[in-house]
Design a binder for this molecule. Sequence first.
Ligand code: NAD
Ligand code: APR
Ligand code: ZN
Length: 254
Amino acid sequence: LAEGRRILTEAIDSAKRLVLFTGAGVSTESGIPDFRSPGGLWSRMRPILFQDFVASEEARLEDWRRRFHLMAEFEAAQPNAGHRAMAGLVARGEAIALITQNIDGLHERSGVPEERLIRLHGTGTHAACLDCDTRMEIAEAVAAIAATGRAPRCPACGGLVKCAVVSFGQSMPEAEMARAEAASRAADLFVAAGSSLQVHPAAGLPVAARRAGARLIIVNRDETALDGLADFVLRGPIGRLFEPADQAARDGAT
Ligand code: NAD
Ligand code: APR
Ligand code: ZN
């Protein structure tokens, strides 16, 4: 752990354009399970594909049941040491961007500003119409389902309303993807933390960064799909590996 901390701190200190990239693993220390670890979400339930959501009322209702459960879990959770350390790196200008696959809102709540945060998979904290993008609060959707027993419809156009996350089979948000690609190509150091790096196109970003000349550091508890490509693979809990990197940057800044 000490060696990993030293490597991370030194790399961050000498980087000019650090890009942070996170997955569900950054939030497990806040009590939110990830997807692919033993006991992770995908071992307990199958994902609801976008095409099923569009085609079936039953799938929509099941998706909403899961959303309410997850929302409650996200709201009860607090940002952890890893989130705080990363927010510190962004606040002090050490990191030019934080790209996340997470939809739990914890990076936002740890104080990362919108202009530095790139949400590749949307956000689980509100919903939107699939046709006209009118926003709906999750609480409104809950009320609509309770009142009608049916999945909520858009008050503006009657379209299907869905939690504003990117489901499998759904297209990626274009503007976010473009920002993420630009940041990755600009990076001289790309640190991927808490992601199994198995889900594309997100997992293509560390590859693009590496190709454009960045050093790649992977911080993860278990093996990832891109370990062979990394300059360093640091195995351990994110909170404990990042805390000193943040502290050192703070000391260096004063
Ligand atoms: P689902 O209803 O089956 O529920 C699983 C959910 O777990 C995720 O959607 C997410 O809400 C949640 N979750 C739990 N802990 C989390 C954490 N710490 N951080 C972030 N999220 C956490 O899900 P679904 O609607 O079928 O969609 C599955 C997920 O697949 C989407 O959330 C999306 O992010 C992802 N996805 C990725 C790509 C891609 O990279 N190309 C494409 C499609 C979908
Ligand atoms: N410290 C370090 N690593 C951790 C920790 C921790 N405290 N907790 C978990 N990990 C690691 C696990 O070892 C695992 O390899 O984080 C990784 C999380 O990987 P996944 O569960 O696959 O999550 P992620 O990579 O974010 O998934 C990508 O898939 O289903 C979709 O939309 C979902 O955005 C998600 C995408
Ligand atoms: Zn609409």
